[in-house]
Design a protein around this ligand. Structure first.
Ligand SMILES: *[C@@H]1O[C@H](CO)[C@@H](O)[C@H](O)[C@H]1NC(C)=O
Ligand SMILES: *[C@@H]1O[C@H](CO)[C@@H](O)[C@H](O)[C@H]1NC(C)=O
Ligand SMILES: *[C@@H]1O[C@H](CO)[C@@H](O)[C@H](O)[C@H]1NC(C)=O
Ligand SMILES: *[C@@H]1O[C@H](CO)[C@@H](O)[C@H](O)[C@H]1NC(C)=O
Ligand SMILES: *[C@@H]1O[C@H](CO)[C@@H](O)[C@H](O)[C@H]1NC(C)=O
Length: 414
């Protein structure tokens, strides 16, 4: 017995050493920028193919990816997990820290989220408690939403079961997501929660315009998040900025189809924190239902403040409601219509907003009389009606601020 187990151990150790030798060239090329000290040799391969994953679209690659994560996370210095070309079917991937390394996930293959909802506890790819993370490559994170969208009951039931989000960052610091594509998520494509110093650059997010709750990127309780050069077309918000978000930068983003760039919905839950310092610059919205929207529930359960927003150089192309502040948001009458609001909106600048509106209501500033919106500025806003027989107008209630350089007097409501 002892003899056999010794032989088995020797074979296992030899296999491990071979694997280590085989994988070292992969992380030799890791960028020094993500470094957190000297690199150690990981305890096993970081390339999921070497760990036995088959990119055939059918075999379950979950254990190999979890193993690569463990190998990388317990090493030190920069470590690069490789997902080579191929189609890798997986269930729930909980990639949890803290890690002693900084991790690069090189995604050149396609990850496919299984259609079997029993394979998920909550989300699909959930990265938690990690510092110094980079996800890049030309691969795709394909949620395979069409297999499960029919099971989404959220249009009918306010407290519905939430389907898995595709890529979730929880308590993550210093992360970059670059170049990859996210396709047909079951629920949100990217959800960033309680995280800081996050960059999302040159990412593509794609789902049909009628797919349920497939928000592009949702941000909550996070600070210093930059989204740049990214194209998002989905069935829900392109980007939504939830409570507790600070220092959010959205630059050179293209949206459509979908519901546009939203702050909110604010006030749904107790103890929500303020949303502050959001800048959107150089966005193009094509055929979205809303353009730039700030929304809060009419009978809100908390009173976060929404302030210091700048929307600049935005092109609207056939957008139904290009500019909206709505302090009386109450979809499907799920809330009590009290007429009052607890969510204060102030210091919001809309500057150089051009293009076409698909409805006459190009500007809607619907604020509550108990808590008027303050310091709202419309500067050089030029929106034309995209059809014949009417013209664009602004509907403004309980708003203080000013209009500057607006040629169409119907839009200069402040
Ligand atoms: C993350 O990077 C910073 C700056 O390079 C470094 O100080 C820190 O130790 C790194 N953390 C990890 C877990 O590698
Ligand atoms: C914000 O995040 C960027 C990118 O990660 C980083 O370079 C910058 O230092 C951060 N700023 C602050 C104030 O932490
Ligand atoms: C404009 O948007 C509306 C509603 O989204 C859509 O039905 C219509 O086809 C679009 N028109 C053009 C010219 O793109
Ligand atoms: C409406 O928008 C579409 C798409 O941008 C454009 O081709 C069309 O000319 C516009 N129609 C009018 C009446 O402005
Ligand atoms: C123009 O649009 C407004 C707002 O939707 C509507 O109330 C009005 O009746 C329209 N006028 C014409 C001439 O269709």
């Amino acid at each position: 017995m002892a003899f056999f187990s010794n032989v088995a151990m020797t074979v296992a150790a030899a296999a491990l050493m071979l694997a280590v030798v085989a994988v070292s060239p992969a992380h030799a090329g890791a960028p020094a920028a993500a470094a957190g000290g000297a690199s150690s040799t990981p305890a096993g391969p970081l390339d999921i193919a070497q760990l036995g994953a088959k990119g055939d679209g059918k075999s379950d690659s979950t254990p190999m990816i979890l193993k690569a994560w463990q190998n990388a996370c317990h090493a030190t210095g920069p470590q690069k997990i490789v997902i080579p070309p191929g189609n890798y079917l997986t269930g729930s991937l909980e990639l949890t820290g803290p890690c002693t390394s900084s991790i690069i996930i090189r995604l050149d293959g396609n990850l496919l989220g299984t259609g079997d909802l029993n394979a998920f506890k909550k989300n699909w790819i959930e990265i938690q408690n990690v510092d110094n993370l980079s996800i890049n490559g030309h691969g795709t994170i394909d949620g395979q939403g069409p297999l499960v969208w029919k099971q989404n009951q959220c249009q009918k039931n306010y407290n519905c079961k939430i389907l898995p989000n595709s890529l979730v960052l929880d308590f993550v610091k210093n992360a970059q997501i670059r170049g990859i594509t996210l396709l047909n998520s079951k629920f949100f494509h990217i959800n960033i929660f309680s995280s800081e110093n996050i960059v999302i650059d040159k990412v593509t997010i794609k789902a049909p315009g009628d797919s349920p709750n497939t928000d592009g990127i949702h941000i909550g309780d996070s600070s210093n998040v930059t989204i740049s050069g990214t194209t998002i077309g989905t069935g829900d918000d392109c980007i939504s900025v939830g409570p507790g978000s600070k220092k959010i930068r959205i630059e050179g983003v293209r949206c459509g189809p979908g519901h546009g760039i939203s702050v909110g919905s604010l006030g749904r839950y107790k103890d929500e924190k303020d949303v502050e310092d959001v800048k959107v610059k150089g966005a193009t919205l094509v055929g979205t239902t809303n353009g730039l929207r700030i929304k809060s529930y009419e009978d809100s359960k908390s009173s976060p403040r929404a302030s210091k927003f700048v929307y600049e150089d935005v092109t609207m192309d056939n957008v139904s409601y290009p500019i909206i502040i709505d302090q009386k948001y109450c979809p499907n009458n799920i809330c009590v219509r009290s007429g009052a609001s607890k969510v204060a909106v102030s210091d919001v600048v809309f500057k150089n907003i051009h293009g076409t509106s698909n409805t006459p209501e190009a500007i809607t500033l619907n604020c509550a009389n108990n808590l008027p919106c303050q310091g709202i500025q419309l500067i050089n806003v030029d929106l034309k009606y995209n059809r014949s027989g009417n013209k664009t107008m602004a509907v403004c209630k309980n708003v203080a601020g000013k209009s500057i350089g607006i040629a169409n007097k119907e839009l200069a409501c402040l």
